[in-house]
Design a protein around this ligand. Structure first.
Ligand code: ZN
Length: 401
């Protein structure tokens, strides 16, 4: 294997330089990202703007490649600059070293999630510019902060700013996931995340008695109902091989709190659930059901939501969406296999879709184990470079709709 061909590749150099910036939670410093991206903008001869939708700690960097018809709705190529924490002792390579091994595997936090995609967008645009290509639509390449914390200081407020509206975005691309097989997943929707706490009050007293209406009994009732609902979803998924996890509602008990000491019946117990509502769930009905169970359990239960996302319209993957057709044509022309599906977790795409803009989640990483947020996150150099080619085709297609 010729390691030198990877060591000396211009695009891999930029990618690795970006990976070496430790924009890592809990205190990501984005200054180095800004400096790096401004340098990239200069190399590409593209204008760059920095916005601060919420505060000075969380910038949004946008490079713009003007189209031949700039009055048309634009294409947004989004990625996030932040990465999740690392446990260096569990890594075989330094997590911010971007080492390449003899098989061309580049190791660093962010190789998959998602510094790869941000740099592949730029590499694709560099290639198009070098080939003298001009696209019909203007392209904005955005680099946002705080995605890994839910985008509350990044994309979520940004889509509601006049600056975002002035970008006039008609279609967005954002992150997907790696795939160990030949097939690439493409994400056109996300489930709605509800983090709900049942704050359960009950009769308190001595542990030697049989008091009525205790918090423990009520918790038992609620748990039974939630777990039964969970079981239905488990079976639905098991009985239909066509379905993937994004097609069903997931329910998990994630927190249980309460109690004073072991011989005292507590006045309050709290149970927290992470629920991801499938696209076909009626939110009002679901909430009414939770309230009904609280009453049936004996009352005195308050529902508190840490997160309660609205239902967001999925992006169409049919002829009604010309951007989808352009995307699909690129995929077909390159003879790639894709599987459109609903994303399991949450990405910034949901905020883009929430303001009515169609968006697809796609990271061109096939034959790659899914290592986001894991130790030894890596991406193989040739897969990365192939991804640049794929984006070159996709970008020129969707920007010429
Ligand atoms: Zn990500």
């Amino acid at each position: 294997m010729d390691v030198n061909k990877w060591e000396s590749n211009e695009e891999l150099e930029y990618f690795r330089e970006y990976l070496r910036i430790p924009s890592v939670h809990p205190n990501p410093n984005y200054d180095a990202c800004l400096e790096f991206l401004q340098k990239q903008a200069k190399l590409l001869n593209l204008p760059v703007e920095v916005y601060y939708p919420l505060n000075k700690q969380n910038p949004v960097v946008i490079l713009t490649w003007l189209g031949l018809e700039p009055e048309l709705p634009t294409v947004l190529l989004n990625s996030h600059m932040d990465v999740v924490p690392v446990f260096p002792e569990n890594w075989t390579h330094p997590p911010f070293g971007a080492d390449i091994d003899e098989k061309g595997r580049i190791y660093a936090r962010g190789t998959q999630d998602m510094k790869c995609v941000g740099m592949q967008y730029l590499a694709a645009i560099r290639s198009l510019i070098r080939h003298g290509v001009r696209c019909k639509r203007t392209i904005h390449i955005s680099f946002v902060a705080d995605e890994e914390m839910g985008g509350r200081q990044g994309m979520r407020p940004f889509v509601h700013t006049p600056e975002f509206r002035s970008l006039n975005v008609g279609f967005g691309l954002d992150e997907g996931l790696a795939s160990p097989t030949e097939e690439f997943p493409v994400f056109y929707a996300e489930r709605s995340v509800w983090r709900v706490y049942f704050k359960i009050s009950g009769s308190a007293g001595h542990g030697s008695l049989l008091l009525p209406n205790t918090a423990g009994e009520k918790l038992n009732y609620i748990l039974g109902k939630m777990m039964a609902l969970r079981q239905v979803q488990v079976e639905t998924l098991a009985n239909n091989p066509e379905l993937s996890i994004g097609d069903v509602t997931t329910i998990n008990l994630t927190r249980v709190e309460g109690g004073v000491q072991s011989n005292v019946v507590p006045p309050q117990l709290t149970a927290g659930f992470d629920c991801r509502l499938a696209l076909d769930v009626d939110h009002q009905e679901f909430e009414a059901k939770l309230h009904k169970w609280c009453e049936e359990a004996g009352g005195g239960i308050e529902l508190e939501y840490e997160q309660k996302q609205p239902r967001v319209k999925p992006t169409s993957t049919d002829a009604s969406n010309p951007y989808w057709l352009a995307f699909k044509k690129a995929i077909d022309d390159l003879d790639l296999k894709i599987k459109p599906q609903i994303f399991t977790g949450g990405t910034d795409s949901r905020y883009i879709r929430q303001v009515g803009i169609p968006a697809l989640g796609f990271s061109p990483m096939n034959y790659t184990p899914v290592l986001l947020h894991d130790h030894d996150e890596y991406l193989q150099a040739d897969i990365y470079l192939k991804g640049v080619e794929i984006y070159t085709k996709i970008i020129s297609n969707v920007a010429n709709v």
